[in-house]
Design a protein around this ligand. Structure first.
Ligand code: GAP
Length: 462
């Protein structure tokens, strides 16, 4: 058993840091926020795009067996019936009999230390455990019996609000892939095995939302759905498990000590899934939590949609002259959890002073592919033409498409530290020598070492 590297890091430290630096704001913050929904700010948004781009590079753009789609959020209501979400996509809810606050029963049981994975219990088993352990609400009041609470977010589309206009927001992003799979296979003339990827929104009316953006009601899922010939699914399942692990380690720079696999118990797995494993990340003091699932969904999804739509979704295998619905290996990673794991992983405080003069530095040591800004242009002073020269370099680099920031307020030391917190790889200081010989000081985030480079070479980077 390896030891995670972030044992003492608290969620609150990350929440405060994300707000202070403008990575993440609570949605509708000036109205007091709104039910665990979040906006990505000027630093968070480019970090989000960089994570997504790294995911696309790893899973789609550098591979020859993957295509990508972007599906609609609203889909025919029958889909959610076929997929099993209307009948079975629910958590067990219990109510405080005095305050009427509602809780997820499995969370209360787990948090009381009674058992793990209480989500697999039936309503009867849940009620029995609550009664045997005399479990109370957070406010100390008796609890009601548990009842099923469907997580689909329901709405009405069009001018009439009745049963005929009911629509659901996507409960899982992947459904467009299953519906379109045959059209995609035919239009791209693909042969099995091949995969379809999508980064798309999902919505769940979670009973309780807590732990910041770990559990939210609106989030994105980054999905790979890989279609294989039945009988070949176990080999591909193992392949995608390893390939997904490599994404976290190689693309997001996660220390393998902070990652682990957890296989779903039989009673925890969706009834159609042949095998299911989660990758869990160690979120500091919050402990191990799921960030991504790898599932063998068999041919359940295309079987169900064939049945409900009356359309043939099978594949004709020209090699064996057979028709069959392929098996699907699914890799589904929730973006918000990946973002949070990235912050936990790369947020560091380090002592860089001396015994006599302690100096604690905060740094976000993001890998180069993730850093929101690769460079920051900082004039040593605003006066004597240094500000103008720095602005000229900044504008040239931005026009050339290089992600760089500009900062002229405060001492140069403070500005270096500000950029360390932003995760900026290199600060470019425009000083008096710059005006004389066309060179600048480069100050490197990770080593804090300085070197000199010519402005001309810097501009060539863009
Ligand atoms: N299509 C498969 C699927 O939806 P899931 O295990 O329910 O499977 C996949 O979700 C991933 O989506 C999870 O591993 C998690 O990262 C993320 N996720 C699920 N519910 C979430 C929520 N309420 N808030 C944030 N992320 C969530």
């Amino acid at each position: 058993m390896t030891t995670p590297t972030n044992q003492n890091l608290e969620l609150k430290t990350i929440v405060d840091f994300c707000r202070r630096k403008g990575f993440v704001f609570a949605s509708s913050e000036i109205y007091g926020g709104f039910a665990a929904t979040y906006d990505f700010g000027p630093l968070g948004m480019p970090l989000k795009k960089n994570i997504e781009h790294s995911w696309r590079m790893h899973n789609i753009l550098t591979r020859t067996d993957m295509v990508e789609i972007e599906g609609a959020i609203f889909m025919h209501p029958k889909i959610w019936e076929a997929s099993g979400h209307i009948g079975g996509f629910s958590d067990l809810l219990v109510e405080d009999t005095v305050t009427h606050k509602r809780y997820r029963a499995d969370h209360l049981i787990e948090e009381a230390g009674i058992m793990e994975n209480a989500g697999a219990l039936s309503p009867e088993e849940t009620d029995k455990i609550i009664s045997q352990h005399n479990l109370k609400s957070i406010d100390g009041h008796p609890l009601s019996n548990s009842k099923k609470f469907n997580l689909l977010v329901k709405t009405h589309l069009g001018p009439v609000e009745d049963e005929t206009s009911v629509a659901y927001l996507k409960g899982e992003s992947c459904q467009n892939i299953y519906l379109n799979w045959k059209a995609i296979q035919e239009t791209t003339r693909r042969k099995l095995p091949f995969g379809i990827g999508q980064i798309g929104k999902a919505f769940r009316n979670e009973i309780t939302v807590k732990q910041y953006m770990f559990r939210t009601r609106e989030f994105e899922q980054m999905d790979v759905q890989y279609f294989v010939k039945p009988g070949e699914e176990d080999t591909w399942f193992d392949y995608w498990k390893q390939y997904t692990w490599d994404f976290f380690v190689n693309e997001l720079g996660v220390n393998p000590n902070n990652l682990r696999w957890r296989q779903h118990e039989e009673d925890e797995r969706a009834f159609y899934a042949k095998d299911a494993w989660d990758i869990e990340y160690h979120f500091g003091k919050m402990g191990w939590k799921e960030i991504c699932g790898v599932h063998n969904r068999t041919s359940y999804d295309t079987d169900q949609h064939s049945k409900f739509s009356g359309q043939d979704l099978s594949y004709f295998d020209a090699v064996t002259n057979e028709k069959y619905n392929p098996y699907i290996i699914e890799v589904s990673a929730g973006f918000n959890r990946i973002f949070l794991a990235t912050m936990f992983e790369h947020y560091k405080t380090e002592e860089v002073g001396t015994v006599d003069k302690p100096d604690l530095r905060t740094v976000l040591n993001l890998p180069i592919n993730l850093a929101p800004f690769k460079l920051a242009i900082l004039p040593l002073m605003k006066k004597d033409g240094l500000g103008d020269k720095a602005q000229e370099i900044y504008k040239t680099l931005r026009k050339a498409g290089l992600s760089c920031d500009y900062d002229e307020s405060g001492s140069i030391g403070k500005r270096y530290r500000r950029q360390d917190e932003n995760g900026t790889l290199v600060c470019v200081c425009v000083d008096y020598q710059s005006l004389e010989d066309g060179t600048v000081t480069l100050r490197h985030r990770d080593t804090m070492q300085q070197s000199r480079a010519s402005i001309e070479d810097l501009i060539k980077l863009g």
